[in-house]
Every structure is written in C-alpha cells, then in structure tokens.
Design a protein around this ligand. Structure first.
Ligand SMILES: Cc1cc2nc3c(=O)[nH]c(=O)nc-3n(C[C@H](O)[C@H](O)[C@H](O)COP(=O)(O)OP(=O)(O)OC[C@H]3O[C@@H](n4cnc5c(N)ncnc54)[C@H](O)[C@@H]3O)c2cc1C
Length: 433
C-alpha cells in the first residue's frame, strides 16, 4: 500500500511537532522534516499492539536476541487485561487489579514503547505511520486484537446504542459500565446477555460471565435473572461443565435460549429484538459478531476480498500479504492458521513462536518446528473453576496448527479456581515483567 500525500503530510507534521515517547530519548529522537521518529541504526522489529500477543513478543524477541531493537506501538498508556475482567463484572475484582504497567518491558528488556495510534503502512519501504510519526522497521509484527461488527445488528452502530448495550469484550470503559449497571440494578431486574456467532474472542468468556453475573444476582439481587440469547446452537466451550454448574447453583436465575440471534436494538427505548421475541432488559450486554481489529483493514493486511480475519502462515506467522509483516493473536484467520481458539494464552504462545522465527529470519536462518499451548480457565463463582487445555503442533503436510492432546477438567472445584487465579498472575508476569 502506498502512502497518500494527505497522510504523509499529516504524519510529518505530527512528528515535527514533537512526541512523548517512552523508553527512548523523547523529542530529541524525532528526525524533523523526514517524519521519521527514532531513526533506525541496527536491526529493528516494530510491534503493533501491546496486548497479549504484542507485549509477549516484545519481551521474547529481546530474550532471543537483545541486539535487535524492539519498538512497540500501543495506543493505551496501560495494559488492561481481558482475562479476569469478567471477575470485575462479577463484583469481586477491581479495574486496578487488571491494569498493569509497561514499565517492566522498558526497564528489564530495553523495549521502546511508543504510545500512539498506528494509521497506515508502507510495506514496500517498511514504514509504519503512527500519530506520532513514521517508524522504520526490518520486520513488523501485528497483534491488534478484534473489532465488533456493530453493523450486523440494526440500530447498534452508533455511540448511544454502544453505550446502552456494551459488549465489554475489550476490557476498559465497557467493563466498568456493565459492573456499575449490575450494582445499580433493583432486585427483580432482568439482565440480557447475547453470545455472538463463532469465531469470536475467548470461546468460554461469555459463559464465564453468565455464571458470574448469576452468582452476583443470587447474592445481591434476589428475584433477578439473566436471560441468555446464544447465536450458536449450544454452549460453545466447556458445555457440560457450565451446564452442570448452572443446574446446581443457578436454577431459576439463568434462562438459556440457544439459536437466537439479536436482530435489532433501540437505544431510545432499551428494546432488544431477537429472532424469538422482544425484551426490554434492565441491563443489557450485547456482544456483536467480531472481526480482526479495524487496524488490520486500515493497514491493508487482508489478502482475500471479504475476509474478516488476517491470513498468516502458522509456522512463522508471516502474513500472506507481505513477507516482512507477521500477524498473531485474535486477528488471525483460523482457516489459515488452524483450529486454535482466540485466547490470550494462544496469543502468548503464537508470540513466542513468532519471536523465534522473526529473529531467525533477520539472521538468514530457517524457521524451527514450532509447538503451541493453551489453557483457558473459567470461574463459575468466586472460588470454583473449570478449564480446557490443549497442546498443538505445526503439521507440515497441511500447513496448519493441529491439536495433539488436551481435554477439559473432570469437574469443577476450588483447586481449579486457585489455578485460574495463579494462571493470571503468572502469565501477566510472563508478558510484562
Ligand atoms: C471477558 C474476557 C475474558 C477472557 N478470558 C480469557 C482467559 O481466561 N484466558 C485466555 O487465554 N484468554 C482470555 N480472553 C481472550 C484474550 O483476552 C484475547 O484472546 C487476547 O487479548 C488476544 O490478544 P491479542 O494480542 O490478539 O489482542 P489484544 O490483547 O486485544 O491486544 C491488541 C492491542 O492492540 C492495540 N491496538 C490495536 N490497534 C491499534 C492501533 N491502530 N494503534 C495502536 N494500538 C493498537 C490495542 O489497544 C490492544 O492493546 C478473554 C477475553 C475476554 C474479553
């Protein structure tokens, strides 16, 4: 993709105006006139996105080869974790608990963090355009996460409706909104949660949330219930375990309706219209269908017309579109990479593979044979947990990631709940410290 003259002028001006850059020498590193910030001297990998994939990759590239300069572009000042954000909605964790600093990456590994918005890409000349100026790279790793397809639900694609029916599948403002609305709801109120069609971020995520909202209602809002409209024909992940917990703990509180799409919403009345009827809930958590983050589209990373996700080769995560651009995490196309869930643990695992392969590529070495792992814990109340786990390998014959072993927890219990808490603490450290 070439840079438009309009954009080139915009980025040049932003860079010349000076920028606040973490982990580098601030304004004096801005090369005035060229629009390039932090001019490159040695080998450099730029990372777009400081979430689960990007932050892990930043650290592991430095571990693999400290001489490679790593510049991570992230719009948010702090890392806010999606895993554990359901516990905030469930009322037993705070936003502070899931908000982390990027300082560890800067101080411990020498990663340079630029808080800016990536806007455009010149893949031919290897330049990423950001709101703080132009960054040159040898290789670019993109892990931008997801965007919602608001347009698939009539009436949802406007700020008032998004605020009234928050999805909260990106941790932040919407997580707080949902938690506050649940707290403010009168006893006897109805909560509506809609599960999007697959593929979406975190297959068990909505069901963990349903369990924890039910747990909250049971304790603090007698007479209330949560109605679930699931676009899928059944619970997408850990179904028997969730069902058993709902029967044992939340009878009369969770009303589960499979195969029911939301057709439209009305922000002025709060009405939600589904295929199987209308409802005006007190609290609504509408989770729309998802696609790769809009950034991937803006940067021109889609290789096939009509795709919602970015195609990349699973052995190296090199994108189909450009060999100097690698893509990992939720944004990847399952048809291209293989049958891995869109999870933080998978993004973390992909990041470690990409880190090794990209450093080898810079050295002119062949890629190694990768393996990948995933465990997704879910709480069904404050103490008890369940999990699904898998080990994957790269299958050369079909050029896809394949599951080689795995399974779900035999039951729910407090030990698995403890593992869920320990997993979060340890993987946050693995990414950020
Ligand atoms: C409620 C919930 C619970 C979950 N629980 C679990 C769990 O228990 N276990 C698990 O493994 N996974 C879980 N997940 C899934 C996990 O959060 C995602 O799979 C993971 O975040 C994907 O990582 P990523 O790097 O692809 O995207 P993200 O982590 O979303 O990172 C993308 C980053 O890119 C940045 N970005 C995007 N575009 C730009 C741009 N143009 N300029 C600058 N920055 C940009 C964003 O700000 C963001 O920080 C959960 C998700 C949710 C919503």
């Amino acid at each position: 993709m070439s840079i438009s003259r309009r954009n080139f002028v915009k980025y040049t001006t932003a860079a010349a105006a000076g920028t606040a850059i973490f982990g580098c020498s601030h304004n004096d590193s801005v090369s005035k006139g060229s629009g390039v910030i932090m001019p490159k001297s040695g080998k450099r990998i730029v990372i777009l996105g400081g979430g689960w994939g990007g932050a892990t990759a930043a650290k592991y590239i430095k571990l693999e080869d400290p001489s490679v300069e790593v510049v991570m572009v992230e719009r948010q000042e702090k890392f806010i974790s999606c895993p554990v954000s359901n516990w905030v909605i469930g009322g037993f964790r705070t936003m502070k608990d899931i908000t982390k600093s990027y300082d560890g990456l800067v101080k411990n590994y020498g990663v340079k963090v630029v808080h800016a918005e990536a806007k455009d890409l010149d893949a031919v000349n290897k330049k990423l355009m950001t709101t703080k100026g132009v960054l040159e790279y040898d290789l670019l790793l993109v892990s931008p996460g997801i965007s919602y397809k608001y347009e698939t639900i009539e009436g949802l694609n406007n700020p008032a409706a998004i605020e009234m029916f928050p999805a909260a599948m990106k941790a932040g403002h919407e997580t707080v909104l949902l938690a506050e609305r649940l707290k403010a709801m009168e006893p006897g109120g109805v909560v509506l949660l809609s599960v999007p069609p697959t593929p979406y971020r975190c297959p068990p995520g909505p069901y963990e949330r349903i369990s924890l909202i039910a747990n909250f209602i049971k304790k603090y809002k007698p007479g209330s219930k949560i109605i679930v409209f699931d676009s899928n024909d059944g619970i997408v992940s850990k179904g028997p375990l969730f069902k058993a917990a709902w029967e044992d703990y939340y009878q009369g509180i969770i009303e589960y309706v499979p195969d029911n799409f939301i057709k439209s919403v009305d922000a002025s009345t709060g009405r939600v219209v589904s295929e199987q009827g209308d409802i005006v809930p007190e609290v609504a958590n509408i989770i729309p269908a998802m696609k790769a983050n809009q950034t991937a589209f803006n940067l021109g990373l889609m290789s096939n017309e009509g795709d919602d996700w970015v195609r990349a080769y699973p052995k190296t995560f090199e994108s189909y579109k450009y060999d100097s651009v690698h893509v990992i995490g939720d944004a990847t196309h399952n048809g291209a990479v293989g049958g891995v869930p869109k999870s933080g643990y998978v993004a973390n695992s992909m990041a470690k593979v990409a880190a090794v392969q990209m450093v080898r590529k810079l050295k002119g070495l062949d890629p190694v044979e990768p393996t990948y792992v995933n465990t997704c814990y879910s709480l069904i109340n404050e103490t008890e947990g369940i999990f699904v786990s898998a080990v994957y390998r790269y299958d050369e014959k079909i050029d896809r990631i394949m599951s080689v072993s795995g399974g779900v927890s035999p039951t729910r219990n407090a030990l698995f709940g403890k593992h869920a808490r320990d997993w979060a603490t340890s993987i946050w450290s693995d990414m950020l410290l």
